[in-house]
Design a protein around this ligand. Structure first.
Ligand SMILES: Nc1ncnc2c1ncn2[C@@H]1O[C@H](COP(=O)(O)OP(=O)(O)OP(=O)(O)O)[C@@H](O)[C@H]1O
Ligand SMILES: [Mg+2]
Length: 129
């Protein structure tokens, strides 16, 4: 299944991530694709807020993986931009896994492509679910 969502501002992003968060059980893998600065980390920040994460959410670029405690399950946020290989098999099923710049061969529940349009609009193309 493929869904396209036009996000015009951060309020739209907040509404979209709130709706999306309701689908999640806490054992999914979400891949985030899109150009540098498209809005992958920003999507993650709003999604994690919707899932009840209270601490500040930062880009994991230099730490590879950040772990957060949501209201109902843990969340692992990874950025594979600078990594050749990172084995996620240890964390599969232990929480929600969100991966920016994923490698080709990772099995996923949702693949989200973030595209930056004119006027700071974003198009989110969601596959899976
Ligand atoms: N939906 C949005 N509306 C307005 N501004 C946004 C939106 N999404 C992202 N931005 C802004 O764009 C910039 C880059 O966003 P972000 O860090 O989320 O991109 P990224 O895709 O994670 O980049 P990278 O590839 O470097 O990890 C930030 O300054 C952020 O505030
Ligand atoms: Mg990022």
């Amino acid at each position: 299944m493929e869904e396209k969502v036009l996000i015009k501002d951060l309020k739209d992003l907040e509404n979209f991530t709130k709706e999306f968060s309701k689908k999640l059980k806490g054992n999914e893998v979400i891949l985030l694709e899109g150009d540098l600065g498209a809005g992958k980390t920003t999507f993650t920040k709003y999604l994690l807020k919707a899932l009840g994460v209270e601490e500040e959410i930062t880009s994991p670029t230099f730490g590879i993986m950040n772990q957060y405690e949501g209201k109902n399950f843990d969340i692992y946020h990874l950025d594979m931009y600078r990594i050749n290989n990172f084995d996620i098999s240890d964390i599969i099923g232990k929480g929600l896994i969100i991966i920016e710049w994923p490698k080709e061969n990772i099995d996923y529940n949702y693949k989200i492509n973030v595209q930056q349009l004119e006027n700071d609009n974003r198009l989110f193309i969601i596959q899976g679910g």
